[in-house]
Design a protein around this ligand. Structure first.
Ligand code: ADP
Ligand code: TRP
Length: 346
């Protein structure tokens, strides 16, 4: 089902104009969010028309309390600003501030079929992980995500590898709408990464991708005490060590090398790789080095997060300007979609 999904940087830079991406406010941001998504945002906002948002409507599938919802939105907004997302250069907004999205979602739900929604990998995962809360919002999650993207006529969507299938579904819904109404109104958006290849940052417990919901010991979080970050890395899952030269790396060890690729110098990675090849590596040394490099990378951003969390004025201003820009674009789409569908005034 998953077809070509990530344009090369060159190809994309030729004809890309509009960029959309969202992050759910379901916890503090981690290295996966940064390297999978936010790093691309920083590059894209310099040259393109960008819409980046806090996907608070999406997060309602997890049933947050009103106060948790609000503090999580604030947290993630502050984290965007701290990481360098610039509200002057892009539309940085909160999804629920754009009512046109919810109306478009209603319309788009009519041409999404139960069978395809049930087959989505993310839905199947949720059925397994939250058995006591399989709500309708989970089933139609890909429709809401498609609307987020199509409302601004995105050409590209910077996301991590886990979102590939959602992008494919977005293209399906866009094409189906076009076909149903004999129009070429919606274009096909593509997933994008600043590296030219969609990224999956692994977690520390060798269970899969690093995720806000994959557990405390698995995730390297920006807004967290340095000591906690170090402890998590020192306790990361590895193996008993290579018993002879040239052995392949275990999954847990490979994950540590993958994270090193993101934050360490090439010479450091080469050094530990050689030690592994020779079977003289000491995992304690590798972890200590990785902890130093992760902390060096995270620390300046963490300091800025603390600053922005206190700066209510900057948060309010960013969200207000962002909502204005996003509302303008999404309302136009909503008006046009209503006309295409056949809602006409008497
Ligand atoms: P999470 O899975 O941690 O809850 P979200 O679902 O809100 O994060 O994802 C926000 C963005 O971050 C998406 O573009 C997603 O693809 C990206 N992302 C999340 N985790 C990773 C990861 N481990 N590696 C790469 N990208 C990731
Ligand atoms: N589904 C995305 C995730 O879980 C978040 C998201 C919602 C999104 N709407 C989007 C990402 C639109 C890109 C574009 O990570």
């Amino acid at each position: 089902m998953v077809k070509s999904t990530c344009r090369s940087i060159f190809e994309a830079s030729l004809n890309m104009t509009r960029v959309v991406s969202g992050i759910r406010p379901t916890g503090k941001l981690h290295l996966g969010n940064y390297f999978g998504a936010v790093k691309s945002f920083l590059k894209m906002q310099e040259e393109h028309e960008c819409y980046f948002f806090i996907a608070d409507i999406h997060s309602l599938t997890t049933h947050p309390t009103p106060s948790d919802l609000h503090s999580n939105v604030k947290q993630v907004l502050a984290e965007h600003l701290a990481m360098g997302v610039n509200p002057e250069k892009c539309a940085l907004f909160v999804q629920s501030d754009v009512p046109a999205i919810s109306e478009l979602y209603t319309y788009m739900n009519m041409n999404a079929y139960i069978g395809e929604l049930e087959r989505s990998t993310s839905f199947k995962d949720k059925i397994r992980s939250q058995k006591d809360n399989i709500n309708a919002g989970l089933l139609t999650y890909p429709v809401l995500m498609a609307v987020d993207i199509l409302a601004h006529h995105a050409d590209v969507v910077p996301v991590g590898k886990d979102q590939q299938q959602h992008l494919e579904m977005t293209r399906t819904f866009a094409n189906r709408f076009n076909h149903m109404y004999q129009t070429d109104y919606f274009k096909e958006p593509q997933a994008y990464s600043n590296t030219g290849k969609l990224i999956k940052v692994p977690g520390l417990t060798a269970q899969g991708k690093m995720s806000k919901s994959s557990g405390d010991t698995d995730t390297l979080i920006f807004d967290e005490d340095e000591k906690v970050t170090r402890k998590k890395i020192m306790r990361a899952v590895t193996d008993n060590g290579p018993s002879e030269p040239g052995m392949p790396k275990s999954e847990g060890l490979q994950n540590l090398f993958d994270i090193m690729e993101l934050v360490s110098d090439q010479s450091t990675i080469q050094y530990f790789d050689n030690l592994h090849q020779e079977a003289t590596i000491r995992y304690g040394d590798l972890k200590k080095q990785l902890a130093d490099d992760v902390v060096k990378f995270i620390e300046p951003i963490r300091a800025k997060i603390s600053h922005f969390k206190q700066d209510t004025h900057a948060l309010q201003k960013a969200a207000r300007i962002g909502a204005e820009k996003a509302n303008e674009s999404a309302s136009k789409t909503l008006k046009e979609v209503r006309e295409i569908i056949g809602f006409k005034q008497f």
